[in-house]
Write a protein of this length. Structure first.
Length: 458
């Protein structure tokens, strides 16, 4: 019988925190799933030069901060994502440095060490790095393949990029990574911030991005595009194995002519912004089977409802079908497929001024669904003011074997009614009075946004 646990990962020493710790990421060591790393917009509590990561060595039950990420700013880093290699326990991290805003790709062989992460790459004019790592064997040698999706402004108007290292453990400087431009179409005016990656153990790698064709009055018209590489992204013509039958170009347009209000708040989503929601996952039992999710607005030139969509391809991205699963006012999709072929969808949805974080599992293409609300809380608490994002533009979910692991950000009011499957807090909290307490266990702390880890065990 499956079980789900949810943990507020803010440590007790940070009990006075009242910031918006949003846009979380998660990595689980596949060789030792009890070892995990999480990240969010979290500054160093002592104000030092290095921002923290969250580290757990007991399967996510308890977490500590380890300040080892260069460039601690007012919110810690800018965008940050993390991923373990398949063997050896090396952690790879992509950040926007909190002081310089440069993209940095970092490496750490032992996540419990206090030695700062080693810098591999540093370059400017970037947005939203997204790290996926795995391991591959060739000629008796195992190496870490590292993929970092990013929005590289130096490649405008086609900035959708993935940096690939054939061996991340030995990569030294930018020469250790190859920057591959994904968007090859001449009529692109820009690519959206998210570039997402899905890797299969047989070397098949999929990427997804949003190709903009118009931007008028804050409304973006865009295509959802998927590329594929059958040789791990290290061959002679990387990510050119999936062509669009309509125009013969690299990258198949799953859907075209979609519209979304970009980087603005809309009434139906309360304090959250819209326009950069995207996820992709490959079935770990079958590299032909790939899933994608995105959000757009309905309503033509005056977009209204924000809707989360899902598509599936059973033939390596050549054609796509639409399961009967559209989620109105849903955002922040994450997809993952476990070793049994069970598909997981994690998302957040605003309804009746309540944000819910929902995990859905299906073994039959969403014809039937096991659905579980992990968290629910008022959409107007805390007040974000002019600050964006609120919950953030993404969350993350991954699988190791049959188990699903994920992370999301949400309102941290200590009320068991907000957590239908239960929750554990590390920070000081009174669940009777529904009050957060500072490190002195007396001073009251107003609600804010915290990162929450979850584990769905098979």
């Amino acid at each position: 019988m499956s079980t789900i646990k949810v943990v507020n990962i803010t440590p007790r020493a940070l009990s006075g925190d009242r910031s918006l710790d949003s846009e979380p990421s998660l990595a689980v060591n596949p060789e030792n799933p009890r070892e995990m790393v999480a990240s969010a917009f979290t500054p160093d509590p002592m104000g030092g030069p290095f921002a923290p990561i969250y580290v757990s060595t007991d399967g996510g039950n308890t977490w500590v901060l380890n300040s080892v990420v260069p460039g601690n700013g007012g919110r810690g880093t800018g965008d940050i994502s993390v991923g373990f290699g398949g063997q050896g326990g090396t952690l790879y991290t992509g950040i926007l440095n909190g002081e310089t805003s440069d993209l940095q790709i970092l490496r750490m062989p032992d996540v419990t060490a206090t030695v700062p992460m080693a810098e591999i790459v540093d370059r400017g004019d970037e947005d939203q790095p997204w790290v996926v790592a795995t391991s591959a064997a060739a000629n008796g040698v195992t190496s870490d393949r590292v993929y970092v999706g990013n929005n590289d402004a130096s490649a405008e108007p086609q900035p959708a990029t993935v940096d690939v290292a054939e061996n991340g453990r030995t990569a030294a400087g930018q020469s250790g990574f190859k920057s591959i431009r994904l968007d090859r179409r001449s009529d692109t005016i820009h690519d959206g911030p998210p570039i997402r990656i899905a890797v299969h153990p047989d070397g098949t790698v999929y990427t997804a991005y949003q190709r903009w064709t118009d931007f008028t009055g804050r409304v973006v018209t865009f295509d959802v595009v998927v590329t594929r590489d059958d040789k791990g992204g290290i061959g002679h013509k990387p990510f050119e194995d999936l062509l669009d039958p309509g125009d013969g170009e690299v990258g198949l347009r799953v859907e075209s002519g979609l519209r979304v209000r970009f980087n603005v708040r809309v009434p139906t989503l309360g304090q959250e912004r819209t326009g950069a929601d995207l996820a992709i996952a490959v079935d770990q039992t079958d590299s032909n089977s790939v899933w994608i999710a995105w959000c757009d607005n309905h309503g033509g030139t005056a977009p209204t409802d924000y809707v989360l969509h899902i598509r599936h391809s059973a033939n390596r991205g050549q054609t796509w079908t639409a399961p009967h699963r559209d989620i109105v006012n849903g955002k922040n999709p994450a997809l993952a497929v476990n070793s049994d072929g069970l598909v997981g969808l994690l998302y957040q949805q605003l309804a009746n001024n309540q944000w819910s974080t929902v995990l859905e599992l299906t073994g039959d293409g969403f014809a039937t669904v096991e659905s579980q609300v992990l968290h629910q809380a008022p959409g107007d608490v805390p007040s974000a003011g002019a600050n964006l994002p609120f919950l953030g533009d993404y969350l993350r979910m991954i699988t190791v074997g049959k188990d699903f692991y994920g992370i999301f950000s949400g309102n941290n009011t200590p009320d068991l009614a907000n957590f239908p499957v239960g929750v554990t807090y590390q920070r000081n909290a009174n669940f009777t009075t529904h009050q957060l307490l500072s490190t002195d266990t007396v001073t009251r702390v107003p609600p804010s946004i915290d990162p929450f880890f979850f584990h769905r065990a098979a």
